[in-house]
Design a binder for this molecule. Structure first.
Ligand code: R1P
Ligand code: URA
Length: 306
C-alpha cells in the first residue's frame, strides 16, 4: 500500500477544486480570455511565433484552415498538413506574454470549461516556437537556425512558480551566476531543457546550444543606444560560458519561459530560432523574411512527419 502524503492531498485538491471565474476567464463564446480560442479550436501540436503577421506565413502551408481567431496580439490559425492537425499561435514579444499563452493553451486541453476542474486525464501538447534570435558565437552565421537544447532565463518569470532543477541544471545555474556576475541585483536565473521527444526530430541541419531568454531587447541584450549598462561585459561573458560540452549559442525573449512553464505543465517544448543578428560579428540578416520562411518550411516538413 502507498502512503498518502500531504503533497498527494494538495494535488487532489487542485484536481477537484472548482476554478473561480476570476482565475479561469471564459468569454461569452466559451473561449479563453486572451487567446479567444475554444477548446475544440486548438490542435495538440502548437507552433508559436512572436510576430502576429508570421501566423499566416505558417498557415499558408496548411492544406486546410479550420479556424482563424484574433484577439490583441494573439492570432491563432488551426488546420491540417497531410491530415496532421496543427495550430499556430502568435505570442507577441516576451516572457510575460508567454505566461499568458502557455497557461491558456494548457487550460484549453487540461481544464474542463463546464465544471471548471482539472481533467483527470491530461493531454500533452507539443509546443514548438519558430522565432528569431541573435547569435552569441562567431561561427553561427546569420540566416542559420538554432535549436535550443536548454532555455536559460534571466527574465524572472519562472521564479513565480514552484519548480525544481536536477543536479546538472543547478550546477549550470551556479556557474552561470558566478561567471556573468548576474548577482542579487538581478533576478535569479533558471533553466529548463527542451522536450526530448520533439528535440530528437531536429538534429541534422541545425545548430544546437543553450539559449538565453532576456527580459528586453536593448539593455538586457547589451545594446547601447543612449543609456549606459550596469553589466557592459554581459555579451562577452555569455559567449565565453561553457559547461561540459554545452555553450550558449544565442539569445532572444521567449524560450526559457516556454520550456520552464511547458515542462512544469507536462508538455513537450522545442524552440527554433532563425539567426537574424550576429552580435559578435556585428552583422544583421540581409533578408530576414526569406531566412524565416526557410525555417518555417524546414520545420513544417519535420513536424508533419511525427
Ligand atoms: C525581438 O525582436 C523579438 O524577436 C524574437 C525575440 O524573441 C523577440 O520576441 O522572436 P520573434 O521573432 O519570434 O518575436
Ligand atoms: N531577437 C532578439 O531578441 N534579439 C536579437 O538580437 C534578434 C532577434
Amino acid at each position: 500500500t502507498k502512503r498518502i502524503t500531504s503533497s498527494h492531498i494538495n494535488t487532489l485538491n487542485i484536481i477537484m477544486a472548482k476554478i473561480a471565474e476570476s482565475e479561469l476567464i471564459i468569454n461569452s463564446r466559451g473561449a479563453i480570455y486572451h487567446l479567444d480560442v475554444r477548446p475544440e479550436e486548438l490542435a495538440d501540436t502548437v507552433i508559436t511565433v512572436g510576430d502576429p503577421d508570421r501566423v499566416k506565413e505558417v498557415s499558408k502551408h496548411f492544406d486546410h484552415i479550420e479556424h482563424k481567431r484574433q484577439h490583441r496580439e494573439f492570432v491563432t490559425h488551426t488546420g491540417t498538413i497531410n491530415s496532421k492537425r496543427l495550430s499556430v499561435v502568435s505570442t507577441g514579444i516576451g516572457p510575460d506574454n508567454v505566461d499568458i499563452v502557455v497557461n491558456e493553451l494548457d487550460a484549453l486541453v487540461n481544464i474542463d470549461f463546464e465544471s471548471r476542474t482539472v481533467k483527470p486525464d491530461l493531454t500533452r501538447l507539443n509546443i514548438i516556437r519558430l522565432g528569431t534570435s541573435g547569435a552569441l558565437q562567431e561561427d553561427i552565421p546569420v540566416d542559420s537556425i538554432v535549436v535550443s537544447t536548454h532555455g536559460l532565463g534571466i527574465d524572472n518569470l519562472l521564479n513565480y512558480y514552484k519548480h525544481d532543477n536536477n543536479d546538472e541544471e543547478m550546477q549550470i545555474i551556479q556557474q552561470f551566476v558566478a561567471h556573468t556576475q548576474l548577482n542579487s541585483n538581478f533576478s535569479h536565473p533558471y533553466i529548463s531543457s527542451a522536450g526530448s521527444a520533439v528535440l530528437k526530430h531536429f538534429v541534422a541541419g541545425f545548430y544546437h546550444g543553450i539559449t538565453i531568454t532576456c527580459p528586453g531587447f536593448y539593455g538586457p541584450q547589451g545594446r547601447v543606444l543612449r543609456l549606459g549598462l550596469t553589466n557592459p561585459d554581459l555579451i562577452d561573458r555569455l559567449t565565453e560560458f561553457t559547461f561540459g560540452q554545452h555553450r550558449i549559442t544565442n539569445f532572444e525573449m521567449e524560450t526559457s519561459a516556454i520550456y520552464g512553464l511547458g515542462r512544469l505543465l507536462g508538455h513537450q517544448c522545442l524552440s527554433l530560432s532563425t539567426i537574424v543578428a550576429n552580435r559578435i560579428k556585428k552583422e544583421f540578416s540581409k533578408d530576414g523574411n526569406a531566412a524565416v520562411e526557410n525555417m518555417i518550411e524546414k520545420a513544417l516538413k519535420i513536424i508533419a512527419s511525427f
